[in-house]
Unconditional design. Structure first.
Ligand SMILES: *Cc1c(COP(=O)(O)O)cnc(C)c1O
Length: 305
């Protein structure tokens, strides 16, 4: 079974915070395991236990070429003794980016499919074709979100975390948000910052909450104003913010998820969103493996550790 280190919590000291009489803490999920970082650790934990229970020796999953999920599955599968197959969206290029290079080094078999084929990732006949090709496997969906993933992310917060008035996380597929929604206590507000463009995310999260029969004890708010153009997109002010955040606090962020969330948290702080006396816990969900590839691709120099 995957085992993680203790989760460090770090308080941030800044004038903006003391001016508003708000305290802000970062839950460093990026530091809990040398290779299976962040929320992905929790999302994979019970899926790998289930795969073993079912007697499967192979796991198969889907992801983009820079995916944190692919990176985590490759590392976790190796550690737990599974054969891993990654179905990757897009063409294979002559040189692998750092994410795929890592996955390959961990023994993941990379299978590239174009976008139109990739879209069939939930279709029975496509999955049967993959079984004919690779043999039987335990399927982990793209992004890793299913009921077992949510059982895992429900374990992120523990009894020491009930003292916070607000908990914040980034939203991709929402597996983390839903798990947190099931574990916040009465009086706590959960804020989810969408990394995707569009207000569809509100309905999507409502649907997932009811599908998983989650009845939150605290309040949920989804914020869709900090996507910076959409999933994987960015703007200069985001990069600037992430660099200055690192200079002030020595905490690296990733440009797809945690950078956007922290930008949003500080923007809301400036706009007096948090009442005086708030204690805010922000989840650093990891994603730092992607920074190297991001820097190579866009000629940036974001810090990654
Ligand atoms: C995958 C990921 C997320 C999004 O998690 P979901 O459960 O898909 O919403 C957030 N932050 C980081 C760093 C991630 O890698």
């Amino acid at each position: 079974m995957l085992i993680h280190d203790q989760i460090p919590t770090q308080e941030i000291q800044a004038e903006q915070l003391s001016d508003k009489e708000v305290r802000l803490f970062i839950l460093r999920l990026d530091q809990i395991h040398p290779l299976v970082s962040g929320n992905k650790f929790f999302k994979l934990k019970y899926n790998l236990i289930q795969a073993k229970k079912e007697g499967k020796n192979t796991v198969l999953t889907f992801g983009g070429a820079f995916s944190n999920h692919i990176h985590a599955v490759a590392a976790a599968a190796r550690e737990e003794g599974f054969r891993a197959i990654g179905v990757i969206r897009g063409e294979e290029s002559s040189s692998l980016n750092p994410t795929l290079q890592f996955a390959k080094e961990k023994g993941m078999e990379l299978h590239f499919v174009d976008r139109s084929v990739y879209r069939k990732k939930e279709q029975e006949d496509f999955l049967n074709g993959l079984k004919a090709r690779f043999g039987d496997f335990y399927l982990i969906p793209e992004g890793g979100t299913n009921s077992l993933a949510i059982k895992g992310t429900a374990e992120i917060l523990d009894k020491n975390d009930t003292e916070y008035s607000h908990v914040t996380c980034s939203i991709g597929t929402g597996g983390t948000f839903i798990g947190l929604a099931s574990s916040i206590v009465s009086g706590q507000d959960l804020l989810g910052f969408s990394s995707l463009k569009g207000s569809f995310i509100h309905d999507e999260m409502r649907t997932k909450l009811s599908k998983e029969a989650v009845l939150p004890k605290g309040m949920l708010t989804i914020i869709d104003a900090y996507h910076f153009g959409g999933y994987g997109k960015f703007k200069p002010e985001l990069i600037h913010f992430m660099k200055s955040f690192y200079d002030k606090f020595q905490i690296p962020l990733d440009p797809v998820y945690t950078g956007k969330m922290m930008y949003g948290v500080f923007d809301l702080l400036q706009k007096d969103f948090f009442p005086k006396g708030s204690k805010v816990l922000c989840l650093h969900t990891g994603g730092l493996q992607g920074v190297k590839g991001f820097n190579q691709r866009f000629g940036e120099d974001l810090p990654s550790r």
